[in-house]
Design a protein. Structure first.
Length: 319
């Protein structure tokens, strides 16, 4: 596998450039980066105990779009109890606070994906203790967006090719930032940040590898599901729940994600909460994607601003 090369710089919240554009992410570079973090970067604190994170997650779980998924009160308490054990360096949580103030879509998305990941891991794993790295990785998957200009994150118009590349940079930026803050590029959270846009058929980015890790797939499905059903700056309406599940079913049919995680999502959407084994996933497609979704509409860099745009790609989702 060739080394990855950064197309854009990676910087911390204080605008300190950790790695400049053109850096080759070799093993040696990552080792040096992991060793270079100062002592103050080390201090791990409770994820839920930071600022208003606990309250914010609990309120997002109760929102209409998620009430059917997170249903029962006891179970919610159980999920929050597990998340209570997540500890992460303060510098990482400071980045979440930055999103809360500057890009509330990303902030909410990161928090709810972390709760969803926790729910899915506990539902799909016999040994939650062994799966704890996966639970801890949820809150960090999009951390690299701190290295992407805010006007691109908040864009309500089609992106140009170079802007789109900058947005995709969040995967490698997150990987490098977490290698630095967690002092080890091999931690599961780093791999999640790098690979959560890869797909089982090799159609994702940044490497276009075939995604095979089952636990990583959990984060991928939670990430896509939330991107579909929640509001986003680049479309007026979100996908309704039925259409969102059909989109994920289509992705499983195309080999982009595995069926097991989709089946779990479908079982959470049924009132009777059937077990995974009893849960049949319908292949029927009756949902209607929202009109005017600008995701997937990419302008060439020399196209004029006011180029007319179509309804946008159905199966590409800006996450
Ligand atoms: Fe992402
Ligand atoms: Fe995401």
């Amino acid at each position: 596998m060739p080394d990855l090369v950064l197309q854009f710089p990676v910087h911390t919240l204080s605008q300190e450039v950790l790695l400049s554009e053109g850096t080759v992410l070799s093993e040696d570079c990552l080792r040096k980066l992991a060793r270079s973090a100062g002592r103050k970067e080390d201090r791990e604190i409770s994820f839920l105990g930071y600022g208003s994170i606990r309250r914010d997650i609990a309120s997002y779980m109760r929102q209409d779009v998620y009430r059917h998924i997170f249903g029962e009160r006891d179970e919610n308490r159980n999920i929050l109890g597990l998340m209570e054990q997540i500890r992460t360096p303060r510098a990482v949580l400071d980045i979440l606070r930055y999103f809360r103030g500057n890009d509330p879509y990303t902030y909410r998305h990161i928090l709810i994906v972390s709760a969803l990941t926790c729910l899915f891991v506990t539902g799909l794993s016999d040994d939650v203790r062994r799966s704890f790295p996966e639970i801890s990785a949820g809150p960090l998957h999009d951390l690299g967006k701190v290295s992407v200009p805010l006007d691109l994150l908040r864009a309500g118009k089609p992106l140009r090719r170079s802007e789109r590349a900058y947005l995709e940079h969040h995967t490698l930026a997150g990987f490098a930032l977490l290698a630095y803050f967690l002092r080890d590029a091999k931690k599961f959270s780093c791999l999640v940040a790098r690979d959560h846009h890869e797909r089982g058929d090799g159609s994702g980015y940044p490497r276009g590898i075939r995604l095979e890790d089952r636990m990583l797939e959990i984060v991928v499905v939670c990430d896509v599901y939330d991107a579909l059903i929640s509001s986003r700056p680049y479309r007026k309406r979100s996908f309704d729940n039925r259409t969102a599940i059909e989109e994920l079913t289509t992705m499983a049919e195309q080999g982009k994600i595995g069926w097991e995680v989709v089946r779990f999502l479908v079982s959470r959407n049924r009132k009777a909460r059937p077990s995974m084994e009893e849960c049949e996933v319908s292949r029927e497609k009756r949902g209607i994607p929202p009109e005017g979704n600008l995701y997937g509409v990419v302008l060439d860099d020399d196209d004029p601003e006011d180029i007319p745009t179509g309804p946008g790609g159905r199966d590409e989702i800006r996450l």
